[in-house]
Design a protein around this ligand. Sequence first.
Ligand code: FAD
Length: 431
Amino acid sequence: MVSPEVDVVIVGAGFAGLTAARDLGAAGRTVRVLEARDRIGGRTWYRTDLFDGVGLEMGGTWIVPEQTFVTEEVDRYGIAVSDSELPARMTWSDRGRVLESLLPVPPAELEDLELAVRALIAAGARLDVDRPLAGQGLADLDVPIRQWADEAGLKGNARELLISWFCGCGNASADTGSALDVLRWLAAMGNSVWGMVRASVLGRTFDDGTASLATALAEDSRADILLSTPVRWVRQEADHVVVGHDGGEVTARRVLVTVPLGVQRHIEFTPALSPAKLAISTENHAGQGQKIWALARNVPDDLSGYGWGTRFDYVGAMYTVPDGVVLVCFAPEHDRVDGHDVADVQRAVREFAPEAEVVAATTYEWVDDEWSRGTWTTFRAGQISRYERDLAVPEGLVHFAGAHTAQRWPGFIDGAIDSGRRAAAELLAVL
Ligand code: FAD
């Protein structure tokens, strides 16, 4: 009989893995975290080595007080966060034509806008975000964003804006992302449209970057965290698990897997993963877009623009620095704009600020990265109905966490922390 080296091996040092490590360590369990990258934080990555020292979040950035799990951790460790400044005005870009109006539609289309807002709130009111959505008779909403907009009867610019906004929220295309998953944001914000806007790009940011919270969790965990240690296989024996990584093997009583959805199938599990987990990992989720940072001159320092028929669906000013304005830009497909090509980024930004002169641009290719294979989780149309109930279910001695297993905020840092806490409690109940 093997005496396992540790109680739990955790695969992945993103917020889910770090939170679980902290909770298990606090309960006196021995934990080893195996992380493929040479840093912790996963799909959050705060960098200060670009744009002359300006701090840029390449991944997860904004949180809102309604996200109670992350808020609790921020308070626990005294992490400094700041509210976003609300823009004094909005910019709308209709296929590159910048609209100066208060509302994104011409006066003749105000009824369309009202219909869109009513449709949104009526749909959001049907979701109970504290229970699995799969059992709530919501299959008609678990359809591609564009299909839902059409079935809801949306028209004119209001339809275009809503589709583009949903794609922006999901970092997903209108023909893949599930409308239901984006409506979950609305429902989780108390069915408030303004709340949903806040939860996207007007929430709080971390003064010293998301790394400040990841580091606090890692230090508090007392876990052994091995970086640059990709896990290749997980083999269950009768009473323990063997985990194979690039530096060797480790035995544990249980394993917690926190890798992103599309990455899971690249680890060899014995016995194999359940058909449902394997199927969704193979399909991957729809969050396959881009987040690009640009340093630009000749743009308003309060630019906050949504567009439709544009290459970016959102462009907003984050900071003013001596060289210009730092813009954050999102697109729903990962190859829409070349984020390292200043001229290409300038062309896309000019659809929102025609005089813009982009002097620097950067991005991180989360979609091409073998340890993420996507940006934030947005389920594809139909995936919630088919797989939601399977995602967090343990398989023998192997347990699962990661933002995608969370109930309320599966696309967020909050969901990752929620899942790490849930998984740690689940493990403590059996260890
Ligand atoms: P991850 O952070 O992906 O952690 C999983 C870890 O597993 C990674 O460190 C990975 O390297 C590691 N790993 C993978 N494979 C292996 C292997 N075989 N062996 C060992 N380790 C492995 N959230 C917000 O709340 N607000 C936002 O504004 C926001 N914006 C975002 C913008 C972008 C561009 C992106 C990419 C994400 C954004 N998110 C945002 C989402 C948020 O960052 C994620 O939901 C959250 O960080 C996921 O945490 P996680 O621990 O579940 O997964």
